[in-house]
Design a protein around this ligand. Structure first.
Ligand code: MRU
Length: 349
């Protein structure tokens, strides 16, 4: 199926990376330039760019921006500076493995080029960042194509958070499956969880669905059980921030609740992700570090305070869905079913 991506959220422009600042959406489409590793760190931390593959891509450009001005003349000192910058970028957000995956890949590329002049190594870093970006574009397209067979005719699909072109190189992961289903005329409509507290569903997924002219309804997160009970959801599909060797999946907070609900209503529950989200170094989801975010995301809504002063808040950004609740994981290499450990080892081991 051949169609164009509705927009590009990350572009490399000679000496800087330009991103759409997602914190302004949906009110305004503001593009900002990031010229240094510090600006990239800040953009990831403040979620101007967010979504697992998108922070991997931006982080990769960030490492190039960080090293390009280095004056180091020996490989060892250049490598150790690059490593320091990679560690710094990686500290922006801990849960999505794509960031550390991209940075590790770049550090391995640097090491492999150790006999080359420093200036050439810098160019190799940029080329690798561009490759990571282009590769993600291709992977997202394949994920969409591979997921299409799982979508029944006239499908009513529930999704959570944002997994579209904003969160990836283009097209998205779960969103790419939705996009492909729409182009194949298999879609009835999408249910969009608003995704408290930062509203990635209502601010971002709804914006992307509108741009792609895909029919959808926005619902509060807590409506999901009622929608399923009424037979209004044929399947759930969403993305991932880190999938461990056994298939346990960290994704936006609320994902686990949806998996339990889907199981209770006998509804298929699909995760869509590229290989860069699969962490073969971790055995199970209990090893995943879950990012805790600021209390004010929960105690206010826009500029309005919605909780008394000084309340204690628990605000994990992600949860972990155990593998037995996941019907299948859609990757660029195909649809993977349990046993995930065995099947991942065959494909990615
Ligand atoms: O905190 P966010 O908005 O970065 O969380 C993003 C998600 O949980 C997405 O579902 C995930 O990164 C997959 S994006 C293709």
């Amino acid at each position: 199926m051949d169609f164009k991506p509705p927009f590009q959220s990350i572009t490399w422009n000679d000496d800087r990376v330009t991103i759409i600042d997602q914190t302004y959406l949906p009110e305004r489409e503001v593009f900002i330039d990031l010229n240094s590793a510090g600006q990239v760190w800040d953009a990831i931390k403040k979620m101007k760019v967010r979504g697992a593959p998108a922070i991997g891509i931006t982080g990769a450009y960030g490492l190039y921006l960080g090293v390009k001005g280095l004056k180091e003349t020996t490989f060892d000192s250049f490598y150790s500076e690059a490593d320091r910058i990679a560690e710094y970028l990686n500290s922006a957000r801990p849960t999505a493995v794509n960031l550390s995956w991209a940075l590790k890949r770049l550090m391995a590329t640097i090491y492999a080029a150790k006999e080359k002049p420093i200036d050439e190594i810098k160019e190799i870093i940029l080329e690798t960042a561009i490759t990571i970006h282009n590769e993600d574009r291709r992977l997202c397209r394949s994920i969409g194509e591979n997921g299409l067979d799982l979508i029944p005719d006239d499908a009513k699909i529930l999704t959570h958070c944002n997994t579209g072109g904003l969160a990836t190189g283009e097209f998205g992961t779960a969103f790419s499956v939705i996009l492909h289903a729409h182009h194949a005329e298999k879609l009835n409509q999408v249910w969009v969880d608003e995704t408290r507290p930062l509203l990635q569903g209502s601010r971002l997924t709804a914006w992307e669905l509108q741009k792609a002219e895909i029919p959808f309804k926005l619902n509060v997160d807590s409506a999901a059980a009622f929608l399923m009970q009424q037979g209004k959801v044929d399947l759930v599909i969403l993305g991932a921030d880190r999938i461990t060797k056994n298939g346990d999946t960290a994704n936006k907070i609320g994902t686990y609740s949806l998996a339990v609900l889907a199981d209770a209503h006998n509804i298929p529950f699909y995760v869509a992700a590229p290989y860069s989200t699969i962490d073969m170094d971790l055995e199970t989801g209990s090893e995943i570090e879950i990012e805790q975010r600021d209390a004010d995301e929960v105690t206010g809504f826009g500029n309005k305070q919605t909780a008394p002063d000084k309340v204690d808040v628990y605000n994990p950004a992600f949860d972990v869905t155990p593998n037995h609740l996941i019907t299948a994981i859609i990757t660029e290499k195909g649809v993977i079913k349990p046993n995930y450990k065995t099947n991942f080892e065959k494909l990615f081991g």
